[in-house]
Design a protein around this ligand. Structure first.
Ligand SMILES: [Zn+2]
Length: 360
């Protein structure tokens, strides 16, 4: 049969996607998108979920520019001596603790190939950045997370109460989450380096072309990495969590939800996704260098993957981050499961974050 012109366009797009893809696995999946109906799909490609996140990036970027241009000089006056001491190996204990607290390995700067003055300048910047976390938390004390889009989902209409009961007010304030926005009728897909937001019917139709499209579907997105990436941002800011449709999800197949009654499985699955995203903030902001080292050792000792999802990250740079998020998800939505199956992981969370309430 002769190919229609539409299909040849799709092949071109597909080739482009393959060229841009990072790893073999993604490549395999993208090859299957060669026959994607472009009219019904490409137009859903996005950079930002909404204008609010676009503005936030602008704000972060804008502040970095202003800092470099105007504020850096004052910062140098304020912290030059401390940065030099750090560089010379006799750093102030409080400054060392401060950098450790944001899990920043300042030795990487000291051991780098940069010129001496560049290293000191970088150290000054990171001291200012670390201080901005404390300032952002102080500013966030007494404020509540905003919830948007949960009115029509009877499974999780009580999300706010659930989150505040599970994590406690203090810990949530330290997570610097501005709002949790639920796009319940939209599906988020990541294919290669591209992100798409598609309506449910388009998702259904694309299944014909990409049988395993479910593997590209994401239910939640956190932005704590915008803060923890010290190249990208110069101060900590509040960031949102986005939640997407749970269409086509099958919580009855998930092992750690086995003991949850059938009519509650979907609720616990949805709550688990939100808790997973909250946990990314805890990991990114509240696990210091020492805790991080301990956590990585515990994860490496595990003989089986925590969840199917965490298994996807077994060779990924975000492995320890995702393991932590999954561990918190299980602990808070599946009574007893973590303690019985992963006792060391269970203990680590209980010792370091005693305020997190286990599922009962
Ligand atoms: Zn995650």
């Amino acid at each position: 049969m002769k190919k229609s012109s539409d299909e040849s366009v799709n092949v071109e797009i597909g080739k482009e996607l393959i060229k841009n893809s990072e790893d073999e696995n993604t490549r395999g999946r993208i090859e299957e998108t060669l026959n994607l109906p472009i009219d019904h799909f490409e137009r859903y490609r996005i950079q930002f979920v909404d204008s609010e996140s676009a503005h936030l990036v602008q704000e972060i970027h804008g502040y970095k520019q202003i800092f470099d241009e105007y504020l850096f000089k004052t910062a140098m006056d304020d912290y030059f001596d401390q940065a030099c001491d750090l560089y010379e190996g006799r750093g102030d204990e409080n400054i060392i603790l401060l950098l450790k607290s944001i899990n920043f390995d300042y030795n990487k700067i000291i051991d780098s190939d940069l010129e001496e003055h560049e290293k000191v300048a970088k150290l000054v910047k990171v001291i200012v950045k670390a201080k901005s976390y404390e300032e952002a938390v102080d500013h966030n004390r007494g404020k509540e997370i905003e919830f948007d889009g949960f009115e029509n989902d009877s499974d999780i209409f009580d999300i706010k109460e659930f989150l505040y009961n599970t994590f406690g007010r203090k810990l949530l304030e330290e997570c610097l989450v501005s709002k949790i926005k639920y796009f319940s009728d939209k599906i988020l897909l990541k294919i290669g380096k591209n992100t798409y937001i598609v309506p449910i019917d388009i998702y259904e139709r694309s299944r014909k072309y990409i049988p395993n499209i479910k593997e590209n579907k994401y239910k939640g997105a956190a932005f704590s990495s915008w803060n923890s990436n010290h190249e990208f941002s110069q101060k900590y800011v509040l960031t949102p969590i986005n939640l997407f449709s749970f269409y086509d999800e099958t919580p009855e197949e998930i092992d750690y939800l086995e003991k949850i009654p059938n009519d509650k499985k979907m609720r616990m699955f949805k709550l688990g996704i939100i808790n997973h995203e909250i946990a990314h903030h805890i990991y990114d902001y509240l696990i210091d260098c020492d805790k991080c080292e301990e956590w990585e050792k515990i994860v490496e000792k595990q003989k089986k993957p925590l969840t199917q999802y965490s298994d996807r990250y077994s060779n990924h740079e975000l492995k320890y981050d995702e393991y932590f998020a999954e561990a918190v998800r299980i602990m808070t939505t599946s009574p007893g499961y973590l303690g019985i199956n992963f006792p060391e992981i269970d203990r680590f969370i209980k010792v370091n974050f005693p305020e997190i309430q286990e599922a009962r």
